[in-house]
Design a protein around this ligand. Structure first.
Ligand code: ATP
Ligand code: MG
Length: 547
């Protein structure tokens, strides 16, 4: 596309135009421009407006990615911004609002450069180089951290939660940090598998009543109708994918029995069939049975429940298919597809399984699992005393209604991702717009040493990054022009960590004193992804609708 473009001197907005993305056919602003302009207003807002999704459900959120995902976006360029937020969510998990705000600001800067007659290829290449330089600057100003320093991790989690609706809840940040630390070995870990952390949402109580459980929590209650046990110590867990009920005939078949003796025989058969199954389960030394949900047959019937109760086997039914992997990972069991392969080696174990009834919500807690270490080191024995503790954690989140519970889950996800970022790249930078203004300051200095269009593009890139501190100041009720000018002055004097103090209501020379710290990876990936997206947008000439 770039090769078909006219020479730079002739390039104006008519030849290459970002306006197709920014205005519609009648010249009105399209979603992309309006939204990127509007999103800064929602940045670090203490509360967010409820939003109705296309499916007619209402969500309350402050999470940039969730907001963009639930908007019905038609314009292809706006869709790229939605994808951008999603890419940041995958890469870093936090900073999804920042990335779109920065991309919006860079697009605005690019538009001005285009109107000066600078070729889009020149702009996009200069922006790419400026972004690479920005990442270098961020690396230089970052502070290395140690994963065993829980207090520092807590500061990062608190900063990420501070802009959320649930920011007033003191329990969430420690829960997020501890849950991640429980699933990894801080000395050797290079990544965190967030699938090892399960969040269970239960209406009732307040977020303060939420708890972290070292093990597995199931929201299905124990089946009590047969009179079986509801508490089991030294549990041997079997997870079955077949049912303890008589087989049904095929859909279209019917069996008509009109003889009582035949009827009796069928009932006897059913009894023997079920009894044999339950006996086999008992013989494998299983005392807790988890049954996967089936839409075709009942998991249990009265008779099988009666047998299970007689043989003192606890039963939990309706285990969802997507829970199977987590249960297996937590307890060490293997799913069993039919009764003939029900053997002892497929069972998991736990010290205690009991039903908990807390603030009106019933759930089953499985605790005290010991699994062989995932990465056994030669010095650590694999079994017995040396076996590592389970690598999964469950969080039971309580709240007054579903909307708050959903937002608490999203906020916890952000906090988990922040800790994951720190595991991946063990460095932090100050928050409150300090990294962006420092990058802007150094890029401006650099642009003075450059010549021609490159210098103009570097300066425009630097100015565009000031959108972050400026928006933070605006949302904190401060005069954004005064704050940004003050920040420029302080960074000019060498105060690299001077940032916007939302709590203090002004500029602070070292924002780290307010414990506002964020992972380096969040900041670097926001700048990299935003400039990458702008580069792609700049390289598109026009939109042609396909059939
Ligand atoms: N207490 C605070 N004081 C000053 N700045 C803060 C404070 N807490 C957070 N920030 C800043 O707010 C910005 C993050 O805001 P926010 O969490 O709303 O958006 P995001 O992280 O970009 O996106 P999202 O959280 O929706 O994925 C960061 O620049 C961070 O440094
Ligand atoms: Mg955030």
């Amino acid at each position: 596309m770039a090769s078909t473009m006219p020479a730079p001197s002739q390039v104006g907005n008519s030849a290459f135009n970002v306006r197709p993305f920014l205005t519609d056919h009648e010249g009105h602003e399209t979603d992309i421009l309006r939204r990127t302009r509007r999103s800064p207003e929602q940045f670090v807002r203490p509360t967010s407006l409820p939003q109705e999704t296309g499916k007619g459900e209402t969500i309350i959120t402050n999470d940039g990615n969730t907001m963009l995902k639930s908007m019905s976006v038609m314009h292809p360029a706006a869709k790229m911004l939605v994808d951008l937020a999603q890419a940041q969510d995958i890469e870093a998990g936090d900073g999804t609002t920042s990335v779109v705000v920065i991309a919006g600001s860079l697009l605005g800067a690019a538009e001005k450069l285009l109107s000066k007659g600078i070729h889009p290829t020149v702009i996009s290449e200069a922006f790419q180089r400026a972004a690479a330089k920005a990442v270098e600057i961020l690396h230089d100003m970052s502070i290395p951290i140690n994963l065993s320093d829980r207090a520092t991790l807590l500061k990062a989690a608190t900063t990420s939660l501070s802009s959320k609706i649930v920011s007033q809840e003191p329990k969430l940040a420690p829960m997020a940090v501890d849950s991640v630390l429980k699933t990894i070995d801080p000395k050797t870990a290079e990544n965190v598998d967030l699938n090892n952390i399960r969040i269970l949402k239960k209406i009732g109580g307040t977020i303060d009543d939420s708890e972290i459980i070292d093990g597995l929590v199931l929201q299905q209650p124990v089946v009590k109708s047969g009179g079986g046990p509801t508490r089991m110590e030294k549990a041997k867990i079997g997870l079955i994918q077949f049912q303890l009920s008589p087989p049904k005939p095929d859909m279209e078949n019917q069996i008509v029995v009109n003889d009582y003796r035949q009827m009796d025989k069928i009932l006897k058969e059913e009894r023997t069939y079920l009894l044999n199954m339950v006996k086999k389960i008992k013989k494998a030394k299983c005392n807790v049975l988890f049954i996967q949900k089936s839409i075709l047959r009942d998991a249990v019937n009265d008779l099988s429940l009666h047998f299970l109760a007689k043989l003192n086997i606890m039963c939990v039914q309706n285990i969802e298919r997507d829970e199977v992997e987590f249960i297996c990972k937590s307890t060490g069991c293997k799913p069993i597809a039919d009764i003939d392969s029900f053997t002892e080696d497929k069972l998991g174990s736990a010290d205690l399984i009991e039903e908990d009834n807390n603030l009106g919500a019933r759930f089953v807690k499985v605790t005290g699992m010991r699994l062989p270490s995932a990465n056994p080191s030669p010095s650590a024995p694999v079994s017995g005393q040396g076996a590592s503790k389970t690598a999964t954690v469950s969080l039971v989140v309580r709240g007054a209604n579903q909307l708050i519970l959903d937002e608490a889950e999203r906020s916890l996800h952000d906090a988990h991702c922040v800790i994951r970022c720190l595991v991946k790249k063990r460095a932090m930078v100050a928050g409150g717009g300090a990294p962006e203004i420092e990058v802007a300051h150094q890029l401006t200095n650099l642009s003075r040493t450059l010549t021609g269009t490159e210098a103009i593009c570097f300066k425009a890139f630097a100015d565009a990054l000031e959108v972050v501190p400026s928006t933070l100041a605006e949302n904190a009720g401060l005069n954004s022009i005064r704050v940004v000018t003050d920040l420029r002055y302080r960074h000019g004097l060498g105060d690299k960590n001077a940032g916007v103090s939302v709590r203090g209501g002004g500029v602070k020379n070292d924002i780290r004193e307010e414990n506002v710290l964020q992972p380096l990876l969040v900041s670097t990936s926001a700048i990299e992804l935003a400039s990458e997206c702008v580069k792609m947008l700049l390289r598109i000439d026009d939109i042609a609708l396909s059939r």
